[in-house]
Design a protein around this ligand. Sequence first.
Ligand SMILES: [Zn+2]
Length: 855
Amino acid sequence: MANAALAAPPLEPGVSRELARWRAKAYGDVRYDLALAVRVPVTKLEGRLELRVAVRGKPVDLVLDWRPPPGGRLAAVEVNGTAIERPRIVHEHLVIPARIVRTGDNVVRLALESPVATAGTAVTLYRDREDGSEYVYSLFVPSDASTVFPCFDQPDLKARFTLALEVPRAWEAVSNAGVIDTAVDGATKRLAFRPTEPISTYLFAFAAGPFEILDEREDGVAPQPEARLFVRKSRLTRAKREAYEVLMLHRRAVDWFAGYFGFPFPFPKHDLVLVPEFPYGGMEHAGATFLREDSVLFPSAPAAADRLRRAQLLFHETSHQWFGDLVTMRWFDDLWLKEGFANLMAAKATAAITPEYGAWNAFHQLKVSAYRTDATQGTTPIWQRLPNLSAAKSAYGNIVYSKAPAVLRQAEFYLGAEAFQRAVQGFVHSHAYGAADWGDLVRAFEGASGRKLDAWAGAWVKRRGMPVVRTTLRTGSDGRIARLALAQTPALGGDDVWPMRTELLVAGEGAPRTTPVALEGRTATVPELAGAPAPRYIFANHGDYAYGRFVLDDASRAAVLADVGGIADPFLRALLLDTLWDEVRDARLAPLTYIDLALAQAPRETEELTVASLVGRTQTALRWYLSEAQRAQAAPRVEAAFVAGMTDAADIGQRITYFRAFVGTATTAEARATLKALLAGTREVPGAALSSRDRFRIIERLLALRDPEAEALLAAQSQADRSDNGRRYAYAAAAARPDAEAKQRVFAGWLEDPALAESWIEESLAPFNTVEHQPATVLLVAPALRELPKLKRERKIFFVNNWLAAFLGGQTSPEALTTAKRFLRETKLDPDLRRKVLEQLDGLERTVRIRRKYG
Ligand SMILES: [Zn+2]
């Protein structure tokens, strides 16, 4: 290209899209050479950065992102050998003036200091109370690397990182690349890592501490790419029991993805680092995936759903090594690309590697969470305009994690599996070690399928909302189908259409018939079925390839209600049970009717995931949707069914599922006695010993119910388990104290105690907002909403979503709804936060509507 060297765009805090675009043109060939030291007790990192960057064309300002937390410092800044006495900082950028910048290579050297704390810093300290050890780990996604060192904190300016870490002698350390050299000098150890492949700043990471390392070596030989499991010292014994399965699943996933993408594992090694209290399931740092320890080392006896979630987490993060790390989104507006692919690939890998887990049933549950957002006024397109990276955290949510994979699955069905895979392989090859956007993917789809996809992409990528698809059937006097048609309307109103392909199921006498239907416009008829016998029911999303709400017509709904238990295909059964639940949510089917159906069906159900859904919905219906009087009547029946399930279900996973549901639902005096008997060991869940977390959960419920023995039980269990996890569970359980004063105290602690780990707050949000505690919690709805801007600024991604889901999800009254709506009316709120509130408010609106109609 010609000279890119127009001046930098006007600077603002964060990284603006304009700045990112300009820098991607003006700069290239970036290298970060970081030498950092960590000393115990850990309070900070200190060290040096040497940054190399090539300037294309005429010299321009070097604009680095630099937004240090309190205590973060730069010193001895030097550019191309010239010392800079007073570095210029403009709106969170370190600006090196063009006059000392050269065309071609430039070198910036500086010394830095960056604080490390248990919360609020991008490098987090974890103190293990079990043995007094300290661990540190970085987490820079989406743009927090620039809080530790000056950098170009945007995904498409990839760089090679060369890290050297100085740590206490007994420590291990892990980063994106392998260690090339270790030197011990007295009490310290210096680890030099190899330079990485070109990676984005948000994918650069390190962790250090007295880790233990488990690997797959047999007779000294490790399979390639080498994979090791890092675990804190105090959890070694526990980790040893799981390491084989985890590393084996990982190995099989690596092989499967290499085959699917037609591209070998893109980095020289892949370490899996278990991080205690990691803020979410995992983060796919190139070559060094960080995983939440609790998600891998089960805190309670696992149900099949827990094993499934763990496998999917491993597969999700591993697939990111290709989709995300090897090929990276150009900008975080395309976050959906990497997350959509990771969740779709996780499902595909699950289906291939662990078919017993019911991958597509789980994938359907994921889609349900997308529908829960996409039918609300708070929804966004999967592609989300993002003028500044400072708002990137808000993009994380159901639309990106659940709708995007569903849209990609529909794309696969729409284009054909072969064309889809060919396109994906081409996309990965063309953009390897670089960046791409959704347009590149659509062009790859078009190339592989030979179809024009503007309308398709416009509807699915750039537009928010979802279609509601209805079937209409006209039968002739001969009792045969005269006309069968599908019609779509947008859930949020208007007249948009989503081009789609679906599979229609028509069930009547004999085996059900399925027919593919292309619904490119508002309506489509299905002429192939004219003349066929009139069906008992019609379901327009057989196989679950399409995305939308597929409504049963009245006759079909009645037939499905009657027939669903006898349907032999477990996946179809699960889909139809879900569709009936949608009818409850739309206030067209009484929650009590669903409870009856679920209690009758669950004991006959073979699929553990379906049992979990039925049991979960029974809980929702009972605790949220019924009136007091209805609940008092239904509770003994539900409790008895759950107790029977946890004692008598043939399958251990099902017994665990029922047990958890029982603990969460118990209300009657008899149920409380059963909970205490479980604690005392006079009753049991056959085959599943109670873990400490189970015990805390039981106590939490007893506290929530004002059981007179609850406080003593909590004190005893807190004494019995002084581990870090135990202390966190105890803190969360205590948040279930029902009185208003206790709630106020916990709430104030969340806002004011800087040492309180985010993981503790998150663990306590649900017990705090126990739906039975509304008299106390409704008073905190407005104060909780007022915290949103601060939470968005200071907390990790997902926190705002979890906060809102807990506070609004804990309410069922018109009064709470009014409070939240008034807040929206009277408060000036960033649009992304407003959408998040609207998204969560939808559930409360539905609850109010259902209770009004059926309560
Ligand atoms: Zn992901």
